[in-house]
Each structure stands twice: as structure tokens, then as C-alpha cells.
Design a protein. Structure first.
Lengths: 213, 213
DNA sequence: GGTTACTTGCTTGTTGACAACAAGTATTCT
DNA sequence: AGAATACTTGTTGTCAACAAGCAAGTAACC
């Protein structure tokens, strides 16, 4: 294993265009990174291990992502894009209570369909609770946007009269996001302890009861 | 600064009993640890920095806590004990909806009164979202107990007839804890963004509406 | 279409920071 | 006094980050 590792050691890295080489290594690196974060968390994941797990050298991860922070940025950006598309497809042009409920359902389905991505994403985001953490900005931005979305939905519902007048959009939005984030956190800690589907149905029902005009 | 640092360099470390020496250093170390975790997070806090901030050598933190994991255990244990006493004082022998509401209010007051302790505690707990994290077990245990407490309160309320019959204690308990944890997380990320008092009042009201028999 | 210059992808060498531990010194206790 | 405990200093191994180099691909020119 100490023999010099040339690019040709790696499957399919010769006779390809540069673009193909990068695409291949990039995918392998991101897959390896996600797998290692799931196994060992952020701290336990080393840049060297990512490169080697992906079938390259210990140095490639640093070269590709620049730093550990860059790696986390890349990974979270990828997953977030996926979730964002999924959410938009589910919510579309809805607003008011329907938008809130559809978004919650979309999250519920996403968790069932891509549990690993959600796990990785939240491992990263909860790491952002630490000050000076490299992912803090990412987490902040993600949650701010979620709250802003929810707030907008509630405001639209108020404007159209489908939501009762005595609620505060900002407060509802914060509670809505907190509910989902908190539940996901508990699930992350103790996957078997949470009956996600039951709680989700409960939540949807309560939301409608509480907000309906 | 490179001169040998003997214990007598430290204020009040000579002419005291061993017990007093330990008590003094222990307090200084824990204070330093909390301050540094608040400033730099878990990753950014080094055992050496804790010792030196506390006015001792770079080695004392390792000697005292055994390892970084041991340090976190100690810090979280201390804060948790404080919160636990605070909670018991507030909830007492209450059960049912009153217990849930009083516990939520106690948390609200604790956050206002000891924001730094809550910040540190949750920085540690959210770090537990990472697998193989040293604090994972602590976080798991803490949240399990919170859910169990809430579940018991709901069950008592069901038994005494003060809570409506069609709710699932486990589901309610999980949502209750998720609400508080999620809200705290968002507050940790963006302290100014959350109107804690308003949301708390909202929450209490909703809780009563939703659970009252 | 073949040789040469250049660019880009990737690897290896090295440094500094830090946790962890071992071995030492200082202070108190009996 | 010496034993025990509190604390400090020396050292090792791991890892992120960076620097320097090698190899494969691409383009310019003949």
C-alpha cells in the first residue's frame, strides 16, 4: 500500500477527458464524504480518509475542497439543492395552510425516501450550533430561509382569509420550523424512538385546527 | 511567559487544604471551559487553553478531566444538575397539563436567567447529533428522560381525566420536547430572531387548547 | 499527424496544532 | 520525616493545511 499511487491506479482515470476525470473523482469523493460523515460524524471524518475511501490519494480531498469547511459546504450544498427541488415540486404555488402542510408532508416523505441525506444534512447543521463553527453560516442561512418561507405562507393565508386573524406569522413560522428541526434532532439521536408517520399526521391535524379561519 | 509555572504562581493556591485547592482549581477550570466553549465551540476549545485561561498549566485540564470527552461530561453534568433542580422546584408534584406548562415556563425563565448555561448545554447536545460523538450518549439520555417525563405527565393527565382521551402520550411528549429543543436551536443560531416570550405564551395557550379534556 | 509547450488533476513531503499519556516537581497530609 | 495528592513539563501520534512535484490531458506549431 506504500507503492506510489499514480492516477492510473484508479479505475477509468486514463483515456478520459479532463472533464470526465473530474466528474468521476468528484462523485466518488462526495459519496465517500457522506458515507464517512454518517459513520464517524464531522470530527471523526478526515480529509485523508475521504480521498482514500474514494480510491484516490490522501491529498485529493484537500485539493478538491480546499479545506474541511469547504468539504462541508459542498456536501451540504448538494443535499440542500436536492431537498429544495423536492420541496418546490411539492409546494408549487400553494400558500396558506396548504403550503405549510404540503411542505411538512414533503419533508416527511423525503426523510423516508432519503434518510441518509437528511441525516448528513442535520449532522452538519446541528454542528453549526457551535460558535465559530465553519458550518454555522450555512445552518443559519438554511433555517432563516425556512422561517421566512413559512412566514410568507402564513401571511398569504391571512391575506386570503384562510387563516384566522389572531395569529402572528413570525411566531407561527418559528414554531413550525422548530417543530420539524427538533423532531429531526430527536430522530437523529434515537431513530427507533420516533413514530415519524404518526407524529406527522398529528402535526398536520393540529396545524389545521390551530390556524383555520 | 516561558518561566516554569509552579502552583504558587496561582493566586490562593498556597496555604490552603488540598480540598480547598481542588475546589478552587475545579471552579476556575469549569468557568474557563464554559467561557471558551461559548467563544469557540467544542472544536475550537483546547484542553491547554482551558488550563491556561484558568490560571494553571496547559496540562491541568487533561489531568483533571482525563480527556476532552470527560471535560464535556463534567460541564454538561454540572449544568444539567442545575436545570434539573430548577425544573423540580417549578413542577413539584404537578401532573397533566399543569406540569407540561410549568415545565415549559421554567425553561423559559431559565433561558432568561442563565442564558449562557443553556447555550453551552445545547452547544454540547447538538454536537451529539454526530455519530461516534463523545457527547452523543449524554444527549441521548437527556432527551430520552425529557420525553419520558413529558409522557408521564400526559399519562397522569389522561388518568385523572384532565386531558382529552384521543391523544397519544408518546406522540405528544415527543412533540413537546421537539418544540423546545428546536426553538432553542434556532435561538442559538440567531439569538435576536426569536421573541422567546411571545412564542412561549403562544405555546402554552396552544398546549392547553389542544390537550384540555 | 507528430513533436513540444502548457494546463490541469492528482500525489507526496512537511509543518504546526492538539489530545493523550508518561514522568517529573511542588504542596499538603499524617 | 515520608506518603499522598495536586499540578507541570516532555513527548508521541494524528490531522489539517500547504507546498512542491509528477502525470495525464490539451493545444500550438511544424
Amino acid at each position: 500500500m506504500t507503492q506510489p499511487k499514480t492516477a492510473s491506479t484508479v479505475q477509468n482515470s486514463v483515456g478520459k477527458t479532463q472533464a470526465q476525470r473530474v466528474a468521476a473523482s468528484d462523485k466518488a469523493m462526495l459519496d465517500a464524504a457522506m458515507a464517512l460523515i454518517l459513520e464517524n460524524g464531522m470530527d471523526g471524518t478526515t480529509l485523508a480518509a475521504i480521498g482514500e475511501r474514494a480510491g484516490y490519494s490522501r491529498g485529493l480531498a484537500t485539493y478538491r475542497f480546499g479545506s474541511k469547511a469547504g468539504l462541508f459546504r459542498e456536501v451540504s450544498g448538494n443535499i440542500q439543492r436536492h431537498w429544495s427541488d423536492y420541496l418546490n415540486a411539492a409546494v408549487g404555488q400553494d400558500s396558506g395552510i396548504d403550503a405549510l402542510c404540503n411542505a411538512a408532508s414533503a419533508f416527511h416523505h423525503f426523510v423516508l425516501e432519503f434518510p441518509q441525506e437528511i441525516r448528513v444534512l442535520h449532522i452538519l447543521y446541528y454542528g453549526g450550533a457551535s460558535p465559530n463553527s465553519d458550518v454555522r453560516g450555512l445552518a443559519k442561512q438554511a433555517f432563516s430561509r425556512q422561517v421566512a418561507d413559512a412566514e410568507r405562507w402564513v401571511e398569504d393565508g391571512l391575506a386570503s382569509g384562510s387563516i384566522r386573524k389572531d395569529v402572528d406569522p413570525r411566531s407561527i413560522a418559528a414554531q413550525y420550523v422548530a417543530h420539524i428541526a427538533g423532531l429531526t434532532y430527536i430522530w437523529l439521536l434515537n431513530p427507533g424512538d420516533i413514530d415519524f408517520t404518526r407524529i406527522h399526521q398529528d402535526f398536520i391535524r393540529t396545524l389545521r385546527e390551530r390556524l383555520a379561519a
